[in-house]
Design a protein around this ligand. Sequence first.
Ligand code: FES
Length: 233
Amino acid sequence: MPQMRVNISPMKIGEGQLHEIYLNSSAWIICPPELIPSPGQYLLAHAHGSDSPLAVPVFFSDSAPNGFRSAPLTDSAWNPGARLHLRGPLGHGFSVPEFARKVALIAFDESPARLRGLISIALKQAAEVVLVSNFAVEDIPETVEVQPLQAMLDIYQWADYAAFDVARENLNQLKEMLGKIGQAKSAREAQVLVRAPMPCGALAECGICALTIRHEWKMICKDGPVFAMGELK
Ligand code: FES
């Protein structure tokens, strides 16, 4: 199976502002267009005047005027109006193949917010989209079907492209579940966003985001966070 990777866009540094926080803890971030991450990529953000020494990874979820809407910011105590120092876009993002007409977006263990940006890309190429998640989803286009996680294996076999979002500690569980269906019945192409703490974004090579694949260390912050499914087997 060919392995699709999105080229890493040149990393930039700039200033942004947290404009609004929504009920699900996602945020409207105002920033220059060149800093907006593509789906699956992230920015590292640090609030001016913050006591925390660690930057917060901020993932793209949806478009918003003069910036973007982020996935929920569970690790930050920022308030609207906070001025943010931003570094990015960082890492490899998702890439919906042109042939995809049946797209499965599978949020294995958290909100589907990091996959949400793929909906408009898939719909633009006239694909059917099924979102698989046990978490609440808001403002999803009516054409997108939503299914619970119990339907994951069926939807994975139906899809010709699947995008997953999974925490590093649940990756083996996901692989075990997918292993129950044969390769021939799997989606033709699949990519996996692996979530882990990423405090340095490869700048200090802290290793906190390490992932062992076939006895080899990978850094989720720079080798991912999106991996081709074939790389993870
Ligand atoms: S976050 Fe430090 S090496 Fe990946």
